[in-house]
Ligand binder design. Structure first.
Ligand code: ADP
Ligand code: MG
Length: 406
């Protein structure tokens, strides 16, 4: 149980950290890429301005005064007013069709470049001359971003790996005092229940012995002894339930053996038949002759008695309780179905909680302390099984247990 909480705590911590680091990495990358792009745009704009100055109208014909204005990653193209290429300079010229309006263009093939086109006019004469398109290779730009991505990615992985180690240590530190006090509480419950058993047994035995000769005592005394006997019986059952839960919580390894469940069901049928007849409940147990399983026979029997006991307890006279068991290659499925008072949908989440009892059920039958289903669920889980319930108020309930097949 503590391992589970610790794992959940660690996973939540790592999830939060991943989100924080992710947001951080995305912001760093976005800001960096924005700045890099901004610088590239500025370089292209400056280059475009100098390139525009090179285009001139010389005696009616458009010509380019070719000066080396590009670096090894850049290129310039000059076009006339119809968009026909007149001259170009540099290696990384854009090969895309010219856009006849001021705009940025990007291309990936045959090489990645970003280009800027601007219209050129003769300032003095106010004449439209043509266009110039400048471009720059984005290989370095892309490489810088890729290096940043790798850096951020490995940084996040390293941070998460270190945080996992740190988180493991932290969660262990945090859980240890809670675990210790829980263990102390468990030990106290188990010791107290164990110590209470003998005096309760003595009270019950003495009350039974005293009641053996009721003729020698006053009727009111006999009634009191009867009450003592019944109360001590109830307390004994409660201490035994508490002891059982404390032991199940301690996750002490109990002996698991392979056995056939059919004889156990047969015995339970015989055991509960008289009670069912007294309460005029039609009690049926249907099972296949061979139901191999692996587990602790005593605990699985306890699981079933808790469910059958509930089904009989919460089913009024004339009702029906049916236990069905069947096997599949991997699972053993046992269901305990009744036509009793049912469980309200809002209560279904609580019925497996310790000491939880539905109010109307408490009014319906008073004995029982609300530990039966908690024990049943604990046993099912400790056997690698599952317990589920479907119930309709006023119509009945069906508890299904799945256990690993033997
Ligand atoms: N078959 C059932 N039909 C209706 N209600 C049930 C049934 N089984 C359990 N419950 C409800 O769940 C509560 C918890 O059951 P359990 O843990 O066995 O405690 P207890 O039987 O001692 O009250 C019961 O008090 C009852 O309200
Ligand atoms: Mg019960």
């Amino acid at each position: 149980m503590f391992k589970q909480i610790q794992t959940r705590l660690l996973l939540s911590y790592l999830a939060v950290l991943t989100v924080v680091l992710g947001v951080f990495a995305i912001s760093v990358r976005t800001t960096f890429a924005y700045n890099l792009n901004h610088q590239l745009n500025n370089r292209l704009a400056t280059l475009a301005r100098s390139a525009a100055l090179e285009l001139e109208l010389d005696g009616g014909t458009l010509s380019v005064d070719l000066e080396n204005i590009t670096n090894e990653n850049q290129a310039v193209q000059w076009f006339d007013e119809d968009g026909t290429l007149i001259e170009s300079q540099g290696q990384y010229v854009a090969t895309l069709p010219l856009k006849q309006e001021p705009s940025f263009q990007t291309q990936q093939h045959p090489y990645p470049v970003k280009a800027l086109t601007i219209p050129v006019t003769d300032e003095n004469k106010g004449l439209f001359l043509g266009y110039t398109r400048v471009s720059e290779s984005t290989v370095a730009f892309n490489n810088t971003l890729r290096t940043l991505d790798i850096g951020l990615g490995s940084g996040i992985i390293a941070a998460l790996a270190l945080s996992t180690l740190g988180g493991l240590w932290l969660t262990r530190q945090a859980m240890s005092p809670i675990e210790n006090s829980f263990r102390r509480l468990q030990r106290f419950t188990s010791d107290a229940s164990h110590e209470l058993r003998s005096p309760l047994m003595a009270i019950q035995t003495n009350a039974t012995v005293a009641l053996k000769y009721p003729e020698n005592m006053r009727t009111s005394d006999a009634e009191k002894f009867g009450a003592i006997k019944s109360a001590s019986k109830q307390m004994k059952a409660l201490t035994e339930d508490l002891l059982m839960l404390a032991r199940l919580d301690q996750e002490t390894v109990v002996k698991h053996t392979a056995f056939n469940l059919s004889p156990v069901l047969e015995q339970l049928h015989t055991l509960y038949q008289p009670q069912a007849s007294t309460e005029q409940i039609n009690f049926q147990v249907k099972f296949e002759p061979n139901l191999p399983t692996v587990g602790n026979k005593i605990q699985i029997t306890r699981l079933l008695t808790n469910l059958i006991d509930n089904a009989l307890r919460y089913t009024p006279e004339g009702g029906m309780v049916t236990v069905t068991a069947k096997s599949s290659p991997t699972k053993l499925i046992i269901s305990v179905e009744d036509t009793g008072i049912g469980i309200a949908p809002g209560h279904l989440d609580h019925i497996f909680d310790r000491f939880w009892q539905a109010d109307q059920a408490r009014a319906y039958k008073k004995d029982g302390a609300g530990l039966g289903l908690a024990i049943a669920q604990n046993i099912a889980h400790s056997h690698g099984g599952e317990i589920k319930v479907i119930s309709h108020l006023g119509q009945g309930s069906c508890f299904t247990i799945e256990l690993p097949a033997g």
